[in-house]
Design a protein around this ligand. Structure first.
Ligand code: SF4
Ligand code: SF4
Length: 335
């Protein structure tokens, strides 16, 4: 049977709360995106974490909350946060680097935590550890096994870069053997032709050709093995409609300094549309990210055009060869 990738269209009313409860981490991965200049170094107190969670509760809508860091299991109150989110009717995920501090497996339970997600960037220590740190593969894979044995739903996030794209297919036997249910393939960033030429062998990013030649095929193989795979859409086909998640869904990227973004591409800039001050959510005025969401351009995502223009290729008539989709648009293949 052939498995086909399906674009997961944005659902009206869909709500995702990406909740960074601290920025501290025990690791220092080479591609870490935490930016303490923009997001601070605060660890939220338990009380603040619970209060902020309530700001985003909406019992009438299906809401997913993803606890993030830094490393969220370093937060001693994470278990309280998970339990409160569940009481508020949210589906709960924790994205961990695999170290699982504060006995999270023992103190929480599969009833409370819908998914425990582990970040792993290689099928063995030789590929993973140069990216994520010495000894990380061993700790992470051991804890994945412990989590599966305790009945948790385990997923894996693999960030594709030029350092590990050729090893992506080797993840499948490992995921199957451990009992991983979902596999999220992410991209560190695609590079266009000019960057590709200048990046040389040391470049981190993968070319659109490498991405297309590798990722959809591995995803289809994973689905055949019974694993639910999700990966970014990136390029829109001519007949496909462009939609900006900032306009059609409710995504909130909350940072411990109170900034709340609607678009993940904006996170490194002080253009957040919302902010939590004195435990109240405020809408910012002036030029904020939501001013950009309205712009309708031939290249697709306007923030991609502003921040990563070399990902766009043009034909002889200066028409973009592909439109770039919203970075939140996913494709999935079900087992
Ligand atoms: S585990 Fe995550 S937060 Fe920690 S250093 Fe790695 S990428 Fe950064
Ligand atoms: S990535 Fe682009 S399309 Fe998606 S929310 Fe941001 S600006 Fe909109």
């Amino acid at each position: 049977m052939t498995s086909h990738a399906r674009t997961v269209a944005f659902q009206p009313g869909e709500r995702n709360i990406f909740f960074h409860i601290l920025t501290a981490c025990n690791l220092s991965c080479r591609h870490c995106y935490i930016n303490s200049e923009q997001h601070g170094t605060t660890t939220l107190s338990d009380e603040t974490m619970l209060t902020w969670l309530e700001l985003f509760a909406d019992p009438g809508k299906k809401t997913n909350v993803i606890f993030l860091g830094g490393e969220p299991t370093m937060h001693p109150g994470l278990v309280r946060g998970i339990a409160r989110a569940k009481e508020l009717g949210m589906a709960v995920t924790v994205d961990s680097n695999g170290y699982l501090f504060h006995d999270i497996l023992e103190k929480s339970s599969p009833d409370q935590l819908d998914y425990l997600s582990f970040s792993l960037d290689g099928p063995d220590a030789a590929v993973n550890d140069p990216i994520r740190g010495e000894g990380v593969f061993e700790v992470c894979s051991t804890n994945m096994r412990r989590a599966v044995a305790k009945g948790y739903n385990v997923s894996v996030i693999y960030t594709v870069s030029s350092l590990n794209i050729e090893h992506l297919h080797r993840m499948l036997p490992l995921l199957k053997e451990i009992g991983v249910k979902r596999f999220f393939i992410q991209v560190i960033g695609l590079r266009g032709k000019p960057a590709q030429e200048s990046a040389g062998d040391q470049g981190w990013q993968v070319s659109p050709e490498q991405w297309l030649a590798t990722v959809p095929g591995v995803a289809a193989e994973a689905a055949k093995e019974g694993i639910h795979v999700t990966f970014p859409k990136v390029f829109l086909e001519r007949q496909e409609t462009f939609e900006c998640a900032g306009l059609v869904t409710e995504n909130f990227f909350i940072f411990p300094n109170g900034r709340v973004y609607r678009c993940p591409l904006c996170e490194d800039y002080p253009v957040h549309a919302l902010e939590i001050r004195n435990n109240t959510l405020h809408k910012n005025s002036g030029l904020t990210e939501d001013s950009f969401f309205q712009l309708n351009i031939a290249e697709g995502c306007v923030m991609n055009k502003l921040l990563q223009p070399d990902t766009i290729e043009y034909d002889a008539n200066a028409v973009p060869k592909h439109r770039i989709s919203c970075c939140l648009l996913k494709q999935e293949i079900l087992p």
